[in-house]
Design a protein around this ligand. Structure first.
Ligand code: RET
Length: 133
């Protein structure tokens, strides 16, 4: 599949609100978060991926090896501990985040030269699209 690597700027963001509500994020923080233009910086180093989500307010970074379960702390988002596993499903890089919240995870893929991201949690889907910077 096309490489996810690079710097990507958000051009659309649908239902981040619903996703944040299922995560129990406070109304104050949701209001701030909805105004952010998120950026993704995705790097591949050997067999490791590093995915950085940056904004003017707060940043979030995670690194992992595909196919290798890891412990993730969603610092600055909902501050939960989850066990995460990232795998390729066709052209999609898919993560399952096992923890207190059911059906939690995400998928990243390239379509029409854009980076697509879906964030899932308990039936809510947030859909974000990023264009290459
Ligand atoms: C921040 C700032 C506070 C508000 C919100 C945030 C959202 C972070 C998200 C990160 C997703 C990261 C993924 C990483 C994959 O490896 C930046 C913490 C809403 C949605 C999918």
């Amino acid at each position: 599949p096309a490489s996810l690597c690079g710097t990507w700027d958000m051009i659309s963001n649908v239902n981040l609100e619903g996703y944040m509500i299922t995560l129990g994020i406070s109304p104050f923080m949701r209001k701030i978060a909805l105004r952010l233009r998120l950026r993704k910086v995705i790097e591949e180093q050997g067999d490791q991926y590093i995915i950085k989500t940056t904004s003017s307010f707060r940043n979030y970074a995670v690194s992992f090896r595909v196919g290798q379960e890891f412990k993730e702390f969603t610092h600055g988002l909902d501050n939960r501990h989850v066990k995460s596993l990232v795998t390729w499903e066709g052209n999609k890089l898919v993560c399952e985040q096992i923890g207190e919240k059911k059906n939690r995870g995400w998928a990243h893929w390239i379509e029409d030269d854009k980076l697509h991201l879906e964030l899932y949690c308990e039936g809510q889907v947030c859909k974000q699209v990023f264009k290459k910077n």
